[in-house]
Ligand binder design. Structure first.
Ligand SMILES: Nc1nc2c(ncn2[C@@H]2O[C@H](COP(=O)(O)OP(=O)(O)O)[C@@H](O)[C@H]2O)c(=O)[nH]1
Ligand SMILES: [Mg+2]
Length: 220
């Protein structure tokens, strides 16, 4: 697994509250989305082995900002992680949108450097309406979604397996036109699913050679 990225060397870059404030789309970017309190900031901190990189909020949903983090390798930024304030976009499917929801919606729809969306879902709640709205929204541009069923430490092994299975099944109708949706269990507390996460993000930033090589995967 020489391709796996070490996310340890990740630094806060900038916050943006509007599309025009986003940094140049220079490197592959991965966004962490999900309901407030699902565990987004904690997941970024755990992935990067830093205690306070992303701010784990005691007041859910308060910060209305996109927070950009640079992943550094050999002194060069090779990717960005983006922490969202949490939904957010109650109105994605409805008519009236707040200014912020519009900014977030256009970020997800138009940001050219986005290579994947990590969707954090509390395993005890499972997928809810806003989660499905997000999956559909980014499905329009075929942006792959990786779902982390978080706080798996709250479940025993059997409950974990059932949650994973139920989520996979619920997603079947959303896997239209080859939209790639993957699911894993996650616990920041017990470090469940760390390798799954590192592997998925690394594959998005640096797709395995077999996916790119026309000799191996000829274009039909
Ligand atoms: N038991 C448990 N609690 C977690 C886990 N991840 C996050 N939390 C807690 O969930 C709360 C919300 O986490 P936070 O990362 O701020 O969520 P965000 O709003 O999605 O960024 C905090 O009190 C965290 O300590 C986990 O894997 N297990
Ligand atoms: Mg947060």
């Amino acid at each position: 697994m020489g391709m796996t990225i070490n996310f340890h060397n990740t630094h806060f870059e900038i916050s943006a509250s509007r599309m025009v404030e986003c940094p140049g789309a220079s490197v592959p970017e991965i966004v962490f989305a999900g309901r407030s309190n699902a565990g987004k900031s904690t997941a970024i901190n755990t992935l990067c082995k830093q205690r306070q990189l992303a701010y784990a909020s005691k007041m859910p949903g308060r910060t209305q900002l996109l927070n950009f983090f640079h992943v550094i390798e050999q002194a060069e930024p090779i990717a960005r992680l983006v922490d969202l304030p949490g939904y957010g976009f109650a109105q994605l499917a409805q008519t009236s949108q707040s200014v912020w929801d519009k900014e977030l919606g256009s970020y997800l729809a138009d940001r050219p450097s986005l290579v994947g969306c990590v969707l954090i879902v509390d395993c005890r709640r499972g997928l809810l309406e806003l989660d499905y709205a997000l999956i559909k929204w980014v499905g329009h541009r075929q942006l792959p979604v990786h779902i982390m069923l978080s706080k798996a430490d709250k479940f025993n092994r059997q409950e974990q397996v059932l949650a994973l299975r139920a989520t996979q099944k619920a997603l079947d109708p959303y896997r239209v036109n080859g939209h790639e949706i993957t699911v894993q269990l996650w616990s920041a507390l017990k470090k469940i699913g760390m390798l799954d996460l590192e592997t998925q993000l690394s594959n998005w930033v640096r797709p395995p050679v077999a996916d790119l090589d026309p000799e191996i995967n000829p274009v039909p």
